[in-house]
Design a binder for this molecule. Structure first.
Ligand code: ADP
Length: 336
């Protein structure tokens, strides 16, 4: 039995689970997919899960946790798990957990996130209180819910009209940066202390990416409101001269995170940016874990092709890090 065969990799069946499980299989781990009943078809069909555990709702995870503990399972978090289980319940998880759990509460608060990005000296869009909005702003509700319900307002009156009955929810008004939204995928190894660039994607969002299909003269016939609900992702390579800046930004957020929590950020993460016409990156958000945009590179990206002689997805890289940590007897370095 290989050392890693004494462990299992487990994740929830959603978001980037196909890639996480496939990558873990490629690295020789037993894989377990926890699925909400009725959602298991892809995990069966693609053969990425050696075992599927069905539950009725996310909270029922705690009913099956003993099975995972017995199997020496290591849980890989992703955005759906965080959104549906919630960060308080995640702190109660006893199963081994890949990544820094302390960073979750920082990521979840837009203020703390902004402070983190500022400490890293990155360009970030200006934020406003509703009454001080003096330029087109994007109004975002808290929680990673794929851009659902976000809207644009250029002044307080428009804001009041559009926020309607959601005023009591937590939201941020952020300057709308005109440019191209670009999502940068990184991996930072706490074992080698090296930062790797894994790839980039752009999102395919409804309806903002569909509006251009209707000629301006015809748009007047529709009651159009711009919305940003993510439906999928597309691959992207960057103008090569921008890559030094990409590495610099990634390294700065890692360094800044080490002042925020004991372990600091490690594993997969993503900087969500807008690149303006003068080629400046504005970072509007950080995701401190694997993002769904990495799914476009299940077989590796142009950048992982350069570094690895084999197909390397982010999911596989996570499993590789765990495998190396086990081999060096340093598993605690990758568990939070
Ligand atoms: P999520 O919380 O789902 O990650 P985001 O904060 O990424 O949501 O925003 C969703 C979409 O809104 C982005 O893909 C981008 O198109 C757009 N967006 C977000 N912030 C800005 C900004 N400051 N300027 C311009 N567009 C933005």
């Amino acid at each position: 039995m290989n050392t890693q065969q004494k462990y299992a990799i487990v994740t929830f069946g959603s978001h980037s689970a196909l890639q996480i499980l496939k990558g873990a299989q490629q690295e020789g781990f037993h894989t377990i997919c926890i699925c909400i009943k009725g959602k298991e078809q892809p995990y069966k069909s693609f053969g990425v899960a050696d075992e599927i555990i069905l539950i009725d709702k996310y909270d029922d995870y705690f009913l099956i946790e003993d099975q995972l503990l017995q199997k020496n399972a290591i849980l890989i978090p992703h955005a759906s798990m965080i959104a549906y289980l919630g960060i308080e319940k995640i702190q109660l998880i006893k199963t081994m957990y890949f990544g820094d759990r302390d960073i979750l509460s920082i990521e979840a608060s837009r203020d703390k996130q902004a402070q983190w990005l500022e400490d890293a000296r990155l360009n970030i869009p200006k934020t406003f209180t509703p009454a001080t909005i003096d330029r087109p702003c994007i109004v975002k509700f808290d929680g990673a819910d794929g851009g659902r319900g976000y809207f644009i307002a250029k002044d307080y009156d428009e804001f009041k009209k559009k926020i309607a009955d959601r005023y009591n929810e937590s939201f941020t008004c952020q300057e709308y940066v005109v440019g191209i939204p670009t999502y940068i995928h990184y991996f930072y190894s706490p074992l080698t202390k090296e930062l790797e660039l894994f790839g980039l994607d752009k999102r395919y969002e409804s309806n903002v990416d569909g509006i251009g299909r209707i000629a301006f003269k015809d748009q007047a016939g529709f009651a159009l409101e711009t919305s940003y609900t993510v439906a999928g992702n597309k691959p992207l390579v960057l103008r090569e001269s921008l890559l030094p800046e990409v590495f610099k930004m990634g390294e700065s957020v890692i360094k800044a995170s080490q002042k925020l929590t004991k372990q600091g950020l490690y594993g997969a993460f993503c900087l969500e940016t807008v690149i303006t016409s003068d080629l400046q990156f504005y970072v509007f958000e950080i995701s401190a874990r694997i993002v769904a945009g990495t799914n476009v590179y299940m077989n590796g990206s142009p950048y992982t092709y350069l570094r690895y002689d084999e197909p390397m997805s982010t999911g596989r890289r996570i499993a590789r890090e765990i495998k190396q940590a086990i081999a060096r007897d340093q598993l605690t370095k990758v568990l939070g």
